[in-house]
Design a protein around this ligand. Structure first.
Ligand code: SF4
Length: 692
């Protein structure tokens, strides 16, 4: 049986040989174009995550086991009462990049087309919302132009704010192999920390946290002054002059001082970018999880556009998605500020979507993005929330405030695979959902490749697919005709048909070529990159090779650089804390934390600091420290890391309260967001540290 890994956005193909219902042999799928047989340690341990210990097997209402019918009735009645009393804006859904595209599609249709609000957001907001804004502003569409094959075609690969060696290991292994085969390929890592990814780097720029956009704004100016502009590209660009004017402020000396780099380091980077035609820039959370996340994205994309390094083999601005189906969520409108099939909140798109769905209503204004959604719950404006497959009590900034908000919320519905999470503790209604290996659907990876997740294990207890739970509730709310699916392939066909509905080449996301798949054809669907339509019946590896973009005039836009205030330290909180992943864990450890061999690499939360800072603060390695921000404190084991800049700490993001009562780092992080994307700045928090 072939399926897809449920962890990161690399989207590796997995071959599974079931061994009973609770075990399976797992190997990399040799034919899958994302990994060609490779798996990282997390993927290789997937067979050990199938045990039923700790699973939520049966529905509960007010902590009492009930029948599925009773739980669905309670869910529908609870939502209906609140909508009738307080209006549709009083209810919300909060989903996850773990949901399959079919699940996401149904949730979005129910909320936006039938309840009539747009309050559906997702933990993908924490991951790549800034990249969505960056691409839409530049290209007129949320469209990643590149593909993994570009790793083998690039002359220069730049990784910005990405520890791919640990966060996207198979993609990183592919880069390692490419470099072994072509040692002349140059790799530049731009990251405040010296991470495992730097092992591959010819050049590491350990810049000041939050200064990425300045580095790329300076590059834009350098391109102009050093013959780096692709003059043929200018005909395909708009808003060039304001961007160049803003960049002119950032000469080499000013950039180097701002980024805390040597001028020679900056020049080496800019020269490599300028002199090489095939340049691929990969970025991840270090760019996106910032108060200037969207501007960081556009600063990178600007440089690629002006130099014509886009749409060509080995060239382009390539955002790596963190989650297995963050991209699928983007396709179906799983974010509060967009509609299905990449449509927007304008009258034409709203009318078009309502026509297609034949729905009684349609949301016409964007809904609440993640941080604002939980703020609204705390204020009492949102009175019912359905949380699907995610653990916001751990993963959201100011985690303690999220817990308080959920405790106050009159109706909390949680559908999940696990009985006990930090979030399910607040549930009035618990709905058991199917997990990886049990559910059937599609996911889309970082390179726009749609792959199948296939079921090979029996559903445990009363657990059901998320799309089925949502459709059953929709039927009980009176929308039976629009939610009558009996198989996920029917949902996929509807989603594919919508992508082509009155599209006329105006929207990048178009998989209308898959709208006629039979159930069997959907089941056997081979990994394919969108768009899939009459023009690209076999999918499309790279976008924009014709230099036609999705703004109405067909031109891409440069965005003028605007300096943003970043998080700064102060006398009370003199250190800057960065958060990120460790190699063998995933998100809040609800799955990987249950696999003993994945705990061997790192078995407890830690705080890393530079050895000289450790001396200054009296913190020998192996001792316990208390790390405190204005929002709370945690304890963690001290490790020393000379790859950190002085005055900066690193703490992993994973540990939930089930593992360690006082080590959930997101309790410390302020809920500051990029104003354009609503993505929280999880990477930078002012803290202090002391021995415990
Ligand atoms: Fe899974 Fe990502 Fe590892 Fe591939 S790289 S096996 S998708 S966790």
């Amino acid at each position: 049986m072939k399926t897809t890994c449920p962890y990161c956005g690399v989207g590796c193909g997995v071959s599974v040989t079931p061994q009973g219902d609770e075990q399976a042999q797992v190997a990399g799928d040799l034919q899958h174009p994302a990994n060609f047989g490779r798996l990282c340690v997390k993927g290789a341990a997937l067979g050990e995550t199938l045990k039923k210990d700790g699973r939520l097997l049966y529905p509960q209402v007010n902590q009492q086991r009930v029948s599925m019918d009773a739980a669905l009735e309670a869910t529908a009645n609870g939502l209906r009462e609140i909508i009738e009393q307080h209006g549709p804006q009083a209810v919300a859904f909060y989903g996850s990049g773990q949901l399959l595209t079919e699940d996401y599609y149904v949730a979005n249709k129910l909320m936006k087309g039938f309840i009539g609000a747009a309050n559906i957001d997702t933990n993908s907001r924490l991951c790549m919302a800034s990249a969505v804004v960056g691409y839409k502003r530049a290209f007129g569409a949320d469209a990643v132009p590149c593909c993994y094959e570009d790793f083998e075609r690039a002359d220069v690969v730049i990784l910005v704010g990405s520890n791919a060696a640990w966060a996207h290991p198979v993609a990183y292994q592919r880069l390692v192999k490419a470099k072994q085969q072509r040692p002349e390929m140059q790799v530049i890592v731009i990251d405040p920390r010296r991470t495992a990814t730097c092992d591959l780097a010819d050049l590491h720029l350990a810049l000041r946290p939050g200064s990425d956009s300045v580095l790329f704004a300076g590059l834009l100016n350098w391109l102009v002054e050093n013959n780096g502009v692709d003059t043929r590209m200018l005909a395909h660009l708009a808003d060039v002059e304001p961007a160049l004017l803003a960049a002119r402020e950032w000469d080499l000396a000013r950039v180097a001082a701002h980024c805390d780099l040597e001028p020679e380091q900056v020049t080496a980077f800019w020269q490599l970018f300028t002199s090489s035609q095939r340049v691929l820039t990969l970025w991840c959370m270090g760019v996106n999880q910032s108060v200037s996340g969207s501007d960081n994205n556009n600063a990178i994309i600007n440089a690629h556009l002006l130099s014509g390094k886009v749409g060509l083999p080995g060239s382009g601005p390539f955002s790596l998605t963190g989650q297995p189906n963050a991209m699928g969520g983007r396709e179906v409108g799983g974010l509060a500020n967009q509609l299905a099939a990449h449509m927007n909140f304008n009258d034409a798109d709203c009318d078009r979507l309502q026509r297609f769905w034949q729905s009684p209503t349609i949301a016409r204004q964007p809904g609440l993005t993640a941080v604002k959604l939980f703020d609204a719950i705390e204020r009492g404006d949102v009175k019912a929330v359905w949380i699907m497959g995610t653990n916001p009590a751990v993963s959201m900034p100011e985690g303690n405030r999220i817990a308080q908000a959920l405790a106050k919320c009159p109706l909390v519905i949680v559908s999940d695979v696990l009985a006990q999470t930090d979030t399910s503790a607040f549930a009035d209604i618990l709905l058991p959902a199917l997990g990886w290996g049990e559910k059937n659907g599609t996911v889309t990876n970082s390179e726009r490749r749609i792959s199948r997740q296939r079921a090979f294990a029996a559903a445990p207890g009363d657990a059901k697919p998320d799309w089925w739970l949502l459709a059953q509730v929709a039927q009980r709310l009176g929308f039976a005709a629009a939610f009558g699916w009996t198989h996920p392939a029917q949902i996929f066909r509807e989603h594919a048909a919508l992508s082509g509905f009155e599209n006329h080449g105006q929207r990048a996301f178009d998989i209308s070529g898959l709208a006629q798949l039979s159930d069997d054809g959907w089941d056997k669907l081979r990994p394919i990159q969108w768009p899939v339509n009459a023009q690209h019946p076999d999918g499309c590896a790279r976008l924009f090779s014709d230099r036609r973009f999705f703004h109405p005039d067909g031109k891409a836009r440069l965005l003028p650089f605007a300096e943003t205030k970043t998080v700064t330290v102060n006398r009370d909180y003199p250190l800057l804390m960065n958060t990120g992943r460790v190699r063998d864990q995933w998100h809040t450890m609800t799955r990987t934390g249950a696999v003993p061999r994945l705990m061997q690499h790192c078995d407890e939360p830690f705080v890393a600091l530079h050895p000289q800072d450790a001396i200054a603060y009296g913190l020998p390695a192996g001792t316990l420290a208390r790390v405190q921000s204005v929002h709370g404190w945690i304890t963690a084991r001290v490790t020393h890391d000379s790859g950190l800049r002085r005055g900066e700490l690193f703490v992993p993001m994973h540990w939930n309260r089930q593992f360690s009562q006082q080590s959930n780092v997101d309790m410390l992080v302020a809920a500051l967001c990029c104003p354009a994307s609503g993505q929280p700045a999880l990477k930078q928090t002012a803290v202090r540290i002391q021995p415990l």
